[in-house]
Design a protein around this ligand. Structure first.
Ligand code: XMP
Length: 327
């Protein structure tokens, strides 16, 4: 039998809207044949892969797709809002939105080990998703945003946001329409499906989200400062043509305060660390040479607009020796 997890040698690389349309037509027919009149469940993170799977399934089976968007409280500014706007309001998706911020942040309180933080976030994500799945009736399929590199690099099960750990009694038949596609092809397909350019071409964002950038034990005021500073950095990168050029850029905030001065008074605050790297495969990375004038402008904005931050630093460390993320 043919191994359905191996990309056929003669499969065309999807590089144009016309090729994407052909792929979409073929997949829509295959998905309708596989799913029939049954229901499909999807954990929709808002990342590229799950968003494209959602758009494809909405086209194929409409309201039979139930998408669950879990907000773990560690998303970037406006991310959950964008998922709701695009999928519920524009695509008329059957979307369940769960704001589980308090659950996650309560469990994470006082936890400073990066690995422990990741484990807590991953396990709680599955728990929340499972609870939502149990409330639904008649689900027979689970859709996942598995792409070809996931199959090549591992056993096909992605990090926590692709739901690899549901309990025994909740094993659904898998629907993985993107599993033979490379990332660049997924993006071309996403645009052909009408997803916003910014959603389809967005930079990588780790499953544990801002959780691994609010360094050490997460506390809400510092997490909020991180979210605001990150939004300013992204806005400035967008405005200045760096968003499409730089592979990944973000802020990390350590659990350290320094003394500063504001309005003539002593002002203790956290430093916001900017990281902006280029890479091909995330195995090694180089530092983007951001123009100094822009660094000064971003520093000015973050220190004036974000409560709690009184310094901005630029991380010049390549990978190796630093990893891309700080934890
Ligand atoms: P590092 O920090 O190892 O990161 O140089 C390499 C790439 O992987 C992303 N990353 C993660 N993605 N869960 C994810 O889904 C994680 O726990 C995680 N940690 C790092 C990182 O953002 C970078 O793109």
């Amino acid at each position: 039998m043919m191994d359905t997890n191996v990309r056929p040698e003669n499969m065309n690389r999807i590089t144009t809207p016309a090729l994407a349309e052909a792929f979409i037509a073929e997949q829509v027919a295959a998905l309708r044949a596989q799913i029939g009149d049954k229901k499909v469940l999807l954990a929709l993170s808002g990342g590229v892969d799950s968003s494209v799977v959602a758009a494809l399934l909405i086209k194929a089976v409409g309201q039979q797709l139930v998408s669950v968007h879990v907000n773990h409280g560690l998303l970037r500014k406006n991310e959950a809002e964008q998922v709701i706007e695009v999928f519920r309001n524009q695509m008329n998706a059957n979307l369940v939105y769960v704001d589980a911020t308090d659950r996650f942040l309560n469990l994470l309180a006082g936890v400073s080990s990066p690995e422990q933080k990741r484990k807590i976030i991953g396990a709680e994500f599955i728990r929340v998703f499972e609870e939502e799945a149990r409330k639904l009736e008649g689900i027979e399929f689970l859709a996942q945003g598995t792409i070809y590199p996931d199959i090549l690099e591992s056993d096909g099960v992605k990090a926590h946001h692709n739901v690899g750990g549901l309990p025994e009694d909740m094993q659904f038949e898998l629907v993985e329409p993107l599993k033979l596609l490379y990332k660049d092809e997924v993006r071309v397909v996403g645009e052909a499906l009408g997803l916003p350019h910014g959603m389809v071409y967005r930079q990588p964002f780790p499953g544990p989200g801002l959780g691994v950038r609010c360094l050490g034990a997460i506390d809400r005021p510092r997490l909020e400062a991180l979210r605001e500073a990150d939004a300013i950095l992204r806005e400035e990168f967008d405005k200045n043509g760096l968003a499409e050029k730089v592979w990944q850029y973000f802020i990390a905030i350590p659990d350290v305060k320094s003394v500063g001065v504001k309005d003539g008074k002593r002002y203790e605050g956290w430093p916001a660390i900017i990281r902006a790297v280029n890479t091909l495969d995330a195995m090694s990375a180089t530092i983007e040479e951001i123009p100094y004038a822009l660094l000064h402008h971003i520093t000015e904005r973050i220190t004036h607009e974000v409560p709690g931050i009184n310094r901005v630093l630029y991380d010049l460390t390549p990978k190796p020796i630093g990893t891309i993320e700080w934890e």
